[in-house]
Design a protein around this ligand. Sequence first.
Ligand code: PRP
Ligand code: URA
Length: 215
Amino acid sequence: MAAIYDPERVTLIDHPLVQHKLSILRDRATGTKQFRDLVGELALFEGYEATRDLPLENVEIETPVRRASCRQLSGKKLAIVPILRAGLGMVDGLLELVPSARVGHIGMSRDEVTHRPHEYYCKLPGDIAERVCLVVDPMLATGGSAVAALEYLRRQGARDVRFLCIVAAPEGLRALQAADSAVRIFACAIDEGLNENAYIVPGLGDAGDRIFGTL
Ligand code: PRP
Ligand code: URA
C-alpha cells in the first residue's frame, strides 16, 4: 500500500496546544462562537509553521543601547486564499500573523450526492505569481475541492503554493499530492478515513456549518 504522505511535503503539526484545541473543536458540544475562535487560533499556529522558511535579510537597527545587526523579512509577499465558505474561518488568524497579506477567494461547494466540487466564485490578487500563496480550508476530505482550487491557482500563474487544513483524510492527502507535485501541505491531524457521505471520520462534522452556525 502506498504511504499516506511524503514527509518532505506534508507537515503534521503535533504541538500540544494544537492537539488540545483540536480536541475541543471536534467535540459536538462546542458551540459556534468557541468553534470559530478555535479555527482562527489553529490557523495562526499553522501559519507560523507554513511561513518558517520565508527569506530574511540583514538590517542595521539603532537600539536604545547601541547599533545592532538584525534580521527582517526580505520583502516576500503573501496571499491568503480561503476556499469558501469554511476557509474564511482561518483568514483572520493568519492576518494576525501577516497583516499586510492580500486575500484572494475561491468559492467551491461540494455536491451532496456526487461529492464533486462546483466552482462558483474566484477572485485573486493580480500579482499572484509573485506571492507565497497560503490556501486555507479546515477540511481535506476526498481532496476534490483542494485539487480544483490548486488547479485554478496554477492556471492563474501561482508558483509557491502551500495548503493549510486542520483535519485531513488519507484519501484527500493522497489525491492532493498526486494532483500537484509541488504543493506543501500542513495539517493538525490525519484522521482514519471517510464515511459513506465522504465525511471525515472521526473528523469534526461540517466545518462551514459549525463556523457560521448554519447547522
Ligand atoms: C467542505 C470543506 C471543503 C470540502 C472538503 O466545504 O470546507 O471545502 O468540503 O471536501 P472534499 O475534500 O471532499 O472536497 P463544502 O463544500 O461543504 O462547502 P462550505 O465550506 O460552504 O460548507
Ligand atoms: N466537509 C466538511 O466540512 N467536513 C467533512 O468531514 C468533509 C467535508
